[in-house]
Design a protein around this ligand. Structure first.
Ligand code: ADP
Length: 748
């Protein structure tokens, strides 16, 4: 960064770094010299201030001259024959080492960019480095080691170790970019005495956008000596184009002062970084740091490392693809297992409850919750039941009909912030009408990531301040990801979508079975009703015959019979009458099952009043108090049948009552849906008979006790109530009175 490119007065920190034009720094690293050549005239138009040192000619001896001035004849010939015809655009090519006309031994690299040919020369120090053969051997060993790894994590760890072994840098980190461009050290190999950076996360601003763009362009960058001052280009602007020299692809490009400062604050002297590129995107970096001394990497070794970066990129893509494939397979297999278990039972929720572990490790989540019919079951690390309740309330209103996924729930819902357990929420809604859900939770990401280093360790702060240290970067990152969880993967969202479909299929299938059963039940009920009808109808005729003949016998022949015979005939008559009423009841019962209800709005006040008038004769025998609730509601019902319900219940209330003062109360409750009741203070019914009294022709007393009866009233009453879609039940204790309750459902 120099004054022309970036205002001097503007304070430099990592937040305005995004605007720093790092591809045109106007200077280079001092261990090499650069020449910008105008191809039309093959003339040097710009060079670096240190040209004398590296090339043996001062800048003013080179500027405006042909490159033949310093290139030896055979290099010049080689360049013209082999190199210039090739595509050099943004593609630096290495040249064989040579000695300049002024007698300097150099290594060179050449490329073309933005219409300018750029030649970079560095002092040839090949003798200080490994031989090509040794390089080849260690590269081969490295590749073999890397190929043998299975998971991405393993691969990264091995890559860090191998690169360190191969390059001898003090620290090698594999740095990975996240979707949001923040980064993390996912693997590290380091000198034993160094503090670990493993697991450290950095905000996106630490590697600004344009730096990432440059990393995508060139595979390898290094800084030989962070302490050495950079060397300016002369002149500052290209006289032919009037522009600063674009050093995007130049290896000698000087680094931004901000980055230099960052490295200095970490005590780093030399760095090298390799890009890991996947699907044309920057996946990450291999970042190498050296502490004590500058570190020069000769061209041979550099080529080997560039090759290594290519290899890492390809392998990373392959390893990631296979790991992803493995996870998708796991999701599918587990899904099939769960569905099979669920299909086997009636209560699929129970299956999920019984196999919660299987369920939790299915989708990588820390906690889960099942919510069915207001019941909340929690597994693993989750918010409290109350907090989950608040989450559900929000989801019910805003979470959509099917799937809701977020890695930052607090951003969507302000009312339920439980970031320590549920910063991320993945929810599947099982029913549109009811808030039935399956939920998965992930905690805030920064809570699961720890700074591995010693926060108390003092750092030396340079001129750009404390901000430029990894510790501060980490803090900033923690601030940026506050309230966020690790993101839900597309394959996970798809998997829970599939689970939802499976569960709904199972529910629908079960509902179909139930519907079939219901239909069958209804059919057999109808059949039973018609059987009862036909049977009783056909019985009536012969009964009438028996009755008539008995009558004739009594009328015409009783004089011829002894007294005993006459009594028996009378009994026969009575029995036929009783049988007739039994048959009538049965007919009536079957008719209620078979005929259409004729529903209309019915005023219950009127029905009760008229019913009471009708049974008044029976009431007046003893003192009877009748209390009717005021303003009984109107209901949608079959009036004739409803009248029968009240007649039966009220008759019984008076009939089965031996108290001095009989008390009968008619009323209704609006709680939990509406119900009506008829309460008496009569003889009561023992608990064991609470069901039997509804059986047809079942009486609890001798034939003539309590005014007789045939035991069909309650059976018929129950049927009427049920045909209205309601229920009939009772509360009663012997001698304490009885209350019959009933509802009249909205629909039949
Ligand atoms: P019935 O009154 O003709 O016997 P029901 O079907 O109306 O037939 O009643 C069945 C039996 O239930 C009765 O015989 C009686 O024992 C009992 N029961 C019905 N209502 C009452 C009541 N309010 N108090 C006590 N017992 C009752």
């Amino acid at each position: 960064m120099n004054e022309t490119n970036f205002g001097v007065n503007e304070e430099v920190d990592l937040t305005n770094c995004d605007r720093e034009p790092i591809h045109i720094p106007g200077s280079i690293q001092p261990h090499g010299a650069i020449l910008a050549i105008d191809e039309s005239a093959m003339q040097v138009v710009q060079t670096s201030a240190n040209a004398m040192e590296i090339i043996g000619f001062a800048p003013d001896e080179l500027l405006g001259e042909s490159w033949g001035k310093f290139l030896p004849a055979e290099t010049l010939a080689y360049l013209e024959r082999e190199i210039l015809p090739k595509n050099l655009e943004a593609t630096p090519l290495y040249l064989p080492p040579f000695r300049t006309v002024a007698g300097k031994d150099v290594e060179a690299i050449i490329h073309r960019f933005d219409g300018v040919l750029i030649l970079e020369l560095e002092e040839n120090r090949a003798s200080e480095n490994e031989s090509s053969l040794a390089l080849y051997a260690s590269l081969k060993a490295t590749l073999a080691q890397l190929e043998a790894t299975k998971s991405v994590a393993d691969f990264c760890q091995k890559a860090a170790e191998q690169v360190r072994e191969f390059t001898n840098f003090d620290r090698v980190m594999i740095y990975r970019f996240a979707e949001d461009d923040s980064g993390a050290v996912v693997a590290e190999a380091r000198r034993d005495d160094l503090e670990s950076f493993q697991g450290v996360n950095y905000p996106a601003s630490d590697i600004p956008k344009q730096a990432r763009a440059l990393y995508l362009k060139s595979w390898l960058r290094f800084k030989v000596d962070n302490d050495a001052d950079s060397v300016p280009l002369l002149p500052e602007l290209n006289p032919k184009t009037g522009k600063p020299l674009d050093l995007s692809y130049a290896v000698l490009r000087s680094m931004s002062p901000v980055h230099t400062e960052y490295l200095r604050n970490m005590g780093v002297r030399a760095t090298m970084s390799l890009s890991i590129i996947r699907d044309e995107k920057l996946w990450g970096l291999v970042a190498c740091h050296h502490y004590a001394a500058p570190r020069y990497v000769a061209h041979d070794a550099r080529m080997a490392r560039e090759f290594l970066a290519h290899f890492l990129s390809l392998q990373m893509a392959a390893k990631e693809a296979s790991e992803n494939h493995e996870y998708i397979r796991h999701l599918t297999v587990r899904h099939a297992e769960l569905v099979e278990l669920m299909a086997q039972t009636d209560d699929f929720m129970q299956v999920l409850l019984d196999h919660d572990e299987k369920f939790l490790e299915w989708i990588k989540a820390d906690g889960a919750a099942f919510v069915v019919k207001d019941e909340i079951r929690l597994f693993g690390k989750t918010p409290s039941t109350k907090e989950v309740g608040a989450i559900l309330e929000w989801l019910d209103a805003h979470g959509g009909d099917e799937i809701y996924a977020t890695d930052h729930f607090a951003a969507d819902c302000q009312t339920a912030d439980c970031r320590d357990t549920a910063a991320g929420v993945l929810a599947v809604r099982l029913s549109k009408k009811m808030p039935n859900f399956i939920l998965w939770f992930r905690p805030e990401i920064s809570q699961s990531v720890n700074w591995a280093g010693d926060p108390a360790k003092p750092v030396e702060i340079g001129e750009f301040g404390e901000r430029l240290t990894p510790r501060k970067s980490f803090d900033l990152w923690v601030e940026e990801v506050a309230g966020k969880s690790a993101p839900w993967l597309e394959c996970e969202i798809e998997a829970v979508g599939n689970l939802r479909r499976s569960i709904i299929e199972i529910i629908v299938r079960k509902a179909e079975v139930l519907a079939n059963l219901n239909e069958e039940l209804q059919r057999s009920n109808i059949e039973l009703d018609s059987f009862a009808y036909i049977a009783s109808h056909d019985l009536k005729e012969p009964l009438r015959g028996i009755h008539n003949f008995s009558h004739i016998l009594i009328e015409n022949y009783s004089a011829d019979l002894p007294e005993d015979g006459r009594v028996k005939l009378q009994t026969l008559m009575r029995l036929t009458q009783r049988m007739e009423s039994l048959i009538e009841s049965l007919l009536h019962y079957s008719r209620i099952g078979r005929t259409e209800l004729s529903k209309a709005k019915v005023d219950l006040n009127k029905v009760v009043r008229e019913t009471l008038e009708m049974i008044e004769s029976r009431i007046s025998e003893k003192t009877t108090e009748i209390i009717v609730a005021e303003n009984l509601p109107s209901v949608e019902a079959d009036e004739v049948l409803l009248r029968e319900v009240f007649t039966n219940l009220l008759t019984n209330a008076v009939k089965y009552n031996d108290k001095q003062i009989r008390r009968v109360e008619i009323g209704f409750n609006e709680t939990d849906g509406r119900n009506f009741y008829v309460r008496d203070n009569g003889i009561g019914i023992a608990e064991k008979n609470h069901e039997t009294i509804f059986r047809i022709f079942k009486r609890l007393h001798g034939r003539d006790k309590f005014g007789g009866g045939i035991g069909a009233g309650l059976t018929i009453t129950k049927k009427i109530v049920e045909r209205h879609g309601g229920n009939l039940w009772l509360e009663s204790l012997p001698d304490q009175g009885t209350t019959f309750y009933f509802t009249l459902g909205a629909a039949e």
